[in-house]
Design a protein around this ligand. Sequence first.
Ligand code: PLP
Length: 359
Amino acid sequence: MSINVTQTFFPPIEEYQSQIQRIWDNRWLTNRGELVLELEEKLKAHLAIPNIIITNNGTIPLQIALKILGGKGEIITTPFSYVATMAAIIWEDCKPVFVDIDEDHWTIDESKIESAITPNTTAILATHVFGNPCNVLAIELIAKKHNLKVIYDAAHAFGIKYMDKSIFEYGDVSTCSFHATKIFHTGEGGAMFTKNNELHHKLYYSHNFGHNGPLAFHGLGINGKISELQAAMGLAVFPYLEEIFKERKRVCEFYNAHLDLKLISTLKIREGTDWNYSYYPVIFKSEDMLLKVQTALNKENIIPRRYFYPSLNTVPYSNGKVMPISEHIAARILCLPLYTTLTESELNKIVSIINNNLC
Ligand SMILES: *Cc1c(COP(=O)(O)O)cnc(C)c1O
């Protein structure tokens, strides 16, 4: 069996089945049933946040937030993220305006944001890439000064605290993904968060066709609802969160201790962050070295992934300007296998292949 960049966490099947049994007992499959409501309450308490809306994936909440806050204007965004961040902007008839990333943290470089603002700028959409928080305090000040909205794509950031608060509390809206490859998952799923109750109300009705009861509408909406079947997976995974974090931490610490870190660099987590061990990205000296290591790993059926490549400003439909730092990092970055059941002998094999191919 191959060792992939990630492996979905599967709870014991009996525990999943007992959640599924509840759905059969209720005869209720979607439209915010008992399991969805229970999962929302559990996550709210676990994350210590005031509001949550669970959605059918991590992309629709980006689109809903942009629909409400983007006003079809220019959105300042990062070129170093998964394509969904940029695609959501364009899908909502807004224009992505890229700002290069910070060389250390790989998040949007806050010192370059102000020079990208024009009279058409409506919002900043930045990604806490690999769970590393953006400089949220600096971004908040810039947004206030220029009257901009802030949306965070926090797809990688489940469970993270920054300055002792959930990362989801920063920005006007934060979004998360509960996709099978993410740290907490419902198979497909996601969520959106805001502290502002009025905005919460808008997000809420927007994800349910705009409904105000069965016969009236608050406004425009779409179908962003998650089903009971997906919530059942979430409820079955939920009790294992501590174990998931612990095992992922073990893998990250193994890499830290055994990789030859003189020749490759790793993610520098922003100070004040309680991190979630979501990814283990490494940057090689050159793309040639990356390709050599990748080929050697693939030969042994070890499949890391080039997250995030290419830099989004180079995707043809993005019409982005050159982003030297993002492009340079994107060309040399590889995410190593990271999941709970990786064994020490598998890790030894991965590390020795990498270390032996660094010249
Ligand atoms: C996974 C991901 C998404 C999309 O989430 P889905 O649940 O797959 O729709 C958005 N942004 C980033 C940065 C992601 O990694």
